[in-house]
Design a protein around this ligand. Sequence first.
Ligand code: CA
Ligand code: CA
Length: 450
Amino acid sequence: MRKHLSTLSSRYFLSFVVSFLLLVPSILSGSELPPAGEQYAALADPNPAPVKKTKLTEDMVLIPAGDFTAGMDPDTGYQECLKHAKSCEPEWYRHEAPVHEVWIDAFYMDKYEVTQEKYERIIGKNPSRYKGANLPVEKVNWPEANEYCGKVGKRLPTEAEWEKAARGKVNTIYPWGNEVESHKANFCDVNCKNYAKAHQFDDGYKTTAPVGSYPPNGYGLHDMAGNVWEWVSDWYNKNYYQNVPRRNPKGPVKGHRRAIRGGSFGNNASGMRIAGRSWAHNTRVSRRGFRCALDGPLGPSSGMEYPEKNFFAPAFDLWSLGGEKIQLFDYRGKVVFINFWATWCVPCKTEMASMEKLYRQFKGLDFEMLAISVDQDTSLIKPYLKEYNLTFPVLLDPGSKVARKKYKTAGLPNTFIVGKDGIILHKALGARDWDTEELVRVFEQLTLDN
Ligand SMILES: [Ca+2]
Ligand SMILES: [Ca+2]
């Protein structure tokens, strides 16, 4: 699979190099991007690789790309510890500071901790202390967790991915709010036999609980708080949050212990805080398991790009083919699929049918498709739509002012996916197959997001 991915990446790298070389003359001459139809179309990739279809994502949730707030003010962690534990030290929480914004590309996260049944099916043995097919596998060390994820075609999540996934779009101490409650997660409650036992709470389990026994968090993930601690891919470093990369941090380059997250059945409630960090040497203990992650479908291998930072989609108002004035602002609160195209653009034609399918599937939901034609001769558009049986809304940009000046399109087709908050989430230059299972799932997730 790695070979397959690297072939894809090099293919895209080549196509971008080609695009860039084609652009060079106009950059050098200082002229605007090519006005002539054929030249304009030549920049697009007429044969995009299809997005890989896979069933790997069953029982996984797509966590959309974007910023989240990582870390926590250490005093909050300390105060929360004082509420639930007999001894706490303020310095235990310094490694969660400072609070910082991190961009994470879209990725998939397992809904559940890996169960013993799944682990045994792949690895051929079950090391767990507390046996049960649907209980989380435990007593696995980091290389074993890493090996399992690799064998099923996935990987361990990074610490930052784990924290974003656990946050589930909220800024509370726990996934469900700021106070510990009895039936939200499995921690060291009244049933627990160790020093952390909390008499005032009853979560129903002395040791591990079957995965998914408690309500999911805001992303639909279970047991991110409690049950078993979870290995992540990062090395642990207590100072890492003080100088963390802004985008997709992958942890320190080396270390001698790994980060673990989320608390367990054997810890007091404050161990389940979303921002709580901990570490472990390469040991096997019954309180520790894991779950796997997977790159999102719009990662580098799909040819989709993420903007370097959060860009609001430039505002525009254009006439529709039906003679209505349409403003982008009218669609605030919806996911907007903006596609620049022209009747003379050959690659545009190859993606139109899949755009139509996507449009019909999401019509009426929090979704709008705006196909912006840059045709000079707008009389060609209606017959074209009729010929290919296309019903999505078409806007007119005959001078390419919106296409080239506002959206800086470098070729056709050029697609921009705009989130509900008006921020450009993805860009694609060249035709795509827009109604693949993977991409439909992406749009489902985006339209459901708040
Ligand atoms: Ca418990
Ligand atoms: Ca857990």
